[in-house]
Design a protein around this ligand. Sequence first.
Ligand code: OGA
Ligand code: ZN
Length: 372
Amino acid sequence: MTLQDLTVGPEAVTLHWTDGAQCAIPPIWLRDSDPAGFHPATGERVLDLLALPDVPEIAEARVEDGGARLTWRDGHVSRFSGAWFARHRPGRPLPDPAAVAPAVWGGNGPAGGVPRHQAGAILSDDAALAAWLHDLCATGLTIVEGVGVDADPDAGIAIAEHVGFLRETNFGRVFEVFSKPEPNNLAYTSDALPLHTDLANQEVPPGYQFLHCLANEVRGGGSVFADGYGIAEDLRAADPAAFALLSGVAIPFRFHDREVDIRVHRPVIGVAPDGGLTEIRYNAHLADIFDMPPEGLAAYYRAYRAFMAGTRRADRQLTLKLRAGEMAVFDNRRVLHGREAFDPATGKRHLRGCYVDRGEVDSRLRRLAVRG
Ligand code: OGA
Ligand code: ZN
């Protein structure tokens, strides 16, 4: 759709489109958005907005090739092509291949089952990579199969690195999950791990978690997952006051050992200005002692326990047992994960994990869409 006509008023330029729509835009938007104000090589904005008057004056305006040619009072000429206007119109955000709507799921898992994808295809075929990442963004949980079939313990990490930069944390660039002496984390015991998100004590917890199963021969040791967005939406519907507290009150999270002391205050449920969910930050082991004003404690405990009870509901939990060569990949800021206890005397259990932040995954999806 291109520009048909434009009329210049004292405070606004009215653009008339060939589809009959029209919109009135302040001239400063046109001057600020002028393609000439962006570096030709880097594409970054270089215009200093404060170098412009509040209301830049247009001396002459006309339609040119479905776009606009504007001559400003200071002599500068701005040219906007029809194609440019097709992409940039106030009120219409740029289409984003990474803006995948979450498909919320319950205890039976995502419709059609947990999406399963093949490691070989992901590494060799960009269409397969894009299909996997798309599923990952929609459901927040996928299984990659055939990881390290040649017994390469770093094959899961290689897949994560094929997506983007790893997110390093105080547990390292890559972490091992097996029972070990003197654990600094319950993950390194053989105990059950209730549903949680990792590193809730970080300012921004890691986005996607990659858990590559190298061995799981033990009795027990199943993996449990729940869509935190589902638990939050249950609460929003059943108990809006509890939802308001969990999304509005920042609680303390803390991890400390001999090396680090990493703390943050944040709400359990992250909500966007439009009401959509942005994240779940829930880890009963990393929640520090609640420190809100005492008059708020009783109501907060009621709300927090309601969310906690939601994580225990069978109709929210999905259990599966990872086999060697499988890798669970999930959105750690949405999908809660845990594990059943296991008996270390019955065999080996070893997972190797790493994280890749959401922004890396989103960027990869966008670049794949350009090529696709
Ligand atoms: C963890 C964890 C899951 C498992 O290390 O944080 O959740 O299956 N591990 O051991
Ligand atoms: Zn974990």
